[in-house]
Design a protein around this ligand. Sequence first.
Ligand code: FES
Ligand SMILES: [Fe+2]
Length: 403
Amino acid sequence: MDAATVARLKRSMRLESERTGPPDGFPKLPVIPAGRYVDPEFLALENEWLWRKAWLYACHADELPEAGCFRLFRRTGSPILVMRGKDQVVRAFYNTCRHRGAPLVTACSGKVEGLVCGFHGFTYSLDGQLVGLRDRRDFVGLDMADFPLAPVRCESFGNWIFINEDPDADPLLEHLGLIPEYLEQIQPSQVRFVNRRSYHVKCNVKVLLEAFLEVYHLKTMHANSADRFLDYRGSTIVLWPRGHSLMLTPNRNPEWQDPGTRGMRRIGTATEIIVSNNLSLNFYPNLVTPVDATGNPFLLFWPAGPREMDIEVAWFAPDWGGVELDPLWETRLANFERILEEDTRFAEQIQESVESSAYRGNTLNYQERRIYHWHEELDRRIGRDRIPERFRIEPVLGPWVAD
Ligand code: FES
Ligand SMILES: [Fe+2]
């Protein structure tokens, strides 16, 4: 992040705390219809056009340390195997035998020498080629070269591995736009994997995701935690193309240091933007990361049905150079979990309200514009013509999106 960007962001936080209303010309944001959170017809469109065509975080390179290490990813409903090959390349395939569709692996993660289908024994190499099958004489005209495992796009940003079921998707780094530039300071190719944990919540995935796209709720939901050190009124937002966005919230006191991170290893390349403020990025659609010099979590919001979701939290830290993790991480993770509990407190009741016939939809203010931006991108991806009028939202934020 260059000095000009740092200066621009600092100025913009100052302007936000001094303003008396939204900037001139900022539009009234139309209501987001409640049906977008409950209606099966809308959710089917979302599933087909968003989740099955998006770049989604799968795992960290440390989770696949050796050839044959794999993880099974099933967040989109398709079984996807992410695996390190003998050539050290990480690839993704559908976990689906080309004979009659049985799985090649059944565990969530592990290590294998090769892939042998448990049904009739078709055998695949670690790079997905069919290399053996029993009773070949009985398959008429079968050429093994025509039956590799079906590939899934798999690309990395630093040590973070993403997959995309859309073979025609733009390359990951092109999709991420300016995000890598903002994260350079935490050295994405050096960050190590700390741990991951998943929490199940009974609400539509968007209900909870949206709580992480604004800080308007700090004063009430986090009165005894985040609000004590963050000044939400100075928060500045950048909306980017493709639905991504940034939110930067100043610390009430620039000298303040989170007691929960005291004594932890800090990355030397961190700028004052992440040292004296809270920087949070949304990689569209479902990854939110608050960035810190001592490490950052990826908060991943996964649909698990129309009214169910999982929030998965994967933590990363600057390379600590050894095997043993600093025991201070235990407190760090526990502190974070407390804040997460605050954030999820109303999610199930909100879902209940959204499903009641009285509820029309969400009314957003200027501070909540990242949520509207998120929904505009959703309609763009689905294709406005495919969306029944009662669920569609008017695109109004175009002029407020940065190049
Ligand atoms: S389904 Fe895999 S070998 Fe038959
Ligand atoms: Fe929150």
